[in-house]
Design a protein around this ligand. Structure first.
Ligand code: NAD
Ligand code: DAU
Length: 360
């Protein structure tokens, strides 16, 4: 049985990954979820697995060396899947320090503790040990709006936001461990995820939540920035496939060739809400294209992201299963059926952040 230590498992992608893994492997795996439960961590996402005997939650901060050391001492960990991070670009522009602390120092602590637990006296590692660092395509910077250039694994790093700079630093630490200690690790750099349980500070859930409440839909700049969208289960599948078929030490880009301008995403959300909501639903009257409001651009706003997933396809056989058309409908349906989840996470703290960020 493989024991996974998942960091940040109460967040958006981490919780979807845990659900995906239990759905696929059931009692063949053990998962220990380590999460500090910041504003972005929500154990409600994992209600359906919390009583499983092969699932354990430990509340700990990845920058706390003692706590992480103890977890490795108390458990025979085979694989670390490292999601825990501060993940929102706008927050990093307002408050960069916590991004450096969690994303850089936290990754250094995780690497050190894993190495201390796994490395043999002769510098080798037992078979089956692997540290999977979950990273982002934002480390590569911004692409021209030409529709033909892509991010490859070999694209030089050029991060622009404090968030992407901190993720680039953490990637470099992982690479340094691979080169210096022959540390058994992989990195994946993935494009924008969407799906259930995403915190409504991010574009898609924010627009759905605002539209349902008849609140303005704040589009940054000219709304023509491009992101490359991937359904979150396809990301989980990619991470799993790296563990099954990837070569240790390698980096894989994961993305499904789903480029969309932000304004297209917003209009698709409005149109889909109008299509899915029955006339009898009182929320329907709130939803309208008139809510679209162009606001001041994000500082240093990257123009275009687009992943070339050729290596993942060639070497792992990875391909996304969910098209954008299917995925966005599924996602919107989920938020419509789980509005309670929205109201639980949009607590006092989030309200305060929202008011400061959007001057409402
Ligand atoms: P998220 O913000 O939804 O979740 C982050 C999780 O990490 C939360 O549960 C939070 O409580 C936890 N956490 C934060 N600081 C911690 C700390 N110091 N110690 C322990 N736990 C801590 O993030 P997400 O969108 O799920 O992203 C997960 C990972 O995937 C991140 O590393 C992010 O950089 C990367 N990524 C995200 C996307 C995306 O589109 N969201 C795309 C590519 C890569
Ligand atoms: O590319 C992967 C990255 O995708 C991840 O590494 C990050 O963790 C994740 O947050 C995401 O970053 P983005 O900055 O691309 O995502 P966000 O949802 O914040 O914004 C998507 C686009 O929408 C971006 O061009 C900014 C724009 N936007 C965003 C918000 C929140 C708006 O126009 N209005 C908004 O209110």
């Amino acid at each position: 049985m493989t024991t996974y230590l998942v960091t940040g498992g109460a967040g958006f992608i981490g919780s979807n990954y845990i659900l995906y893994m239990f759905h696929k492997y059931s009692d063949q795996i053990r998962i220990i979820n380590v999460d500090a439960l910041t504003y972005a961590g929500n154990l409600e996402n994992l209600k359906s697995v919390e009583d499983l005997p092969n699932y354990t939650f430990i509340r700990a901060d990845i920058t706390d060396k003692e706590a992480i050391t103890k977890i490795f001492e108390d458990n025979e960990i085979d694989q670390v899947i490292h999601f825990a991070a501060e993940s929102h670009v706008d927050r990093s522009i307002r408050n960069p320090e916590v991004f450096v602390k969690t994303n850089v120092l936290g990754t250094a602590v995780m690497l050190n503790c894993a190495r201390a637990a796994w490395e043999r006296a002769d510098g080798s590692y037992p078979a089956g040990k692997r540290f999977h660092h979950v990273s982002t395509d934002e480390v590569y910077g911004s692409l021209p709006d030409d529709g033909v250039s892509y991010f490859y694994e070999t694209t030089p790093y050029a991060p622009h936001s404090p968030y992407s700079a901190s993720k680039a630093s953490s990637d470099m630490l992982v690479r340094a461990y691979i080169d210096t200690y022959h540390f058994p690790a992989n990195i994946t750099n993935t494009s924008n995820n969407y799906g259930p349980y995403q915190f409504p500070e991010k574009l898609i859930p924010l627009m759905i939540n605002n539209a349902l409440h008849g609140k303005p839909l704040p589009v940054y700049g000219d709304g023509r920035n491009i992101r490359d969208w991937l359904y979150v289960d396809d990301h989980a599948k990619g991470i799993d496939m790296v563990g099954l078929y990837g070569k240790l030490g390698e980096t894989y880009n994961i993305g499904g060739h789903n480029e969309r301008r932000n304004i297209e995403i917003v209009t698709t959300i409005i149109d889909t809400l109008l299509e899915l909501l029955p006339d009898s639903d009182p929320r329907k009257k709130n939803v309208s294209r008139d809510l679209i409001t162009y606001v001041e651009d994000r500082k240093g706003h990257d123009r275009r992201y687009a992943i070339a997933p050729d290596k993942a396809k060639r070497e792992l056989g990875w391909e996304p299963d969910t098209t954008f058309e299917v995925g966005i409908k599924k996602t919107i349906k989920w938020y419509l059926e789980n509005e309670e989840w929205f109201s639980h996470v949009t607590s006092g703290d989030y309200q305060k952040y929202y008011e400061e960020m959007y001057h409402t």
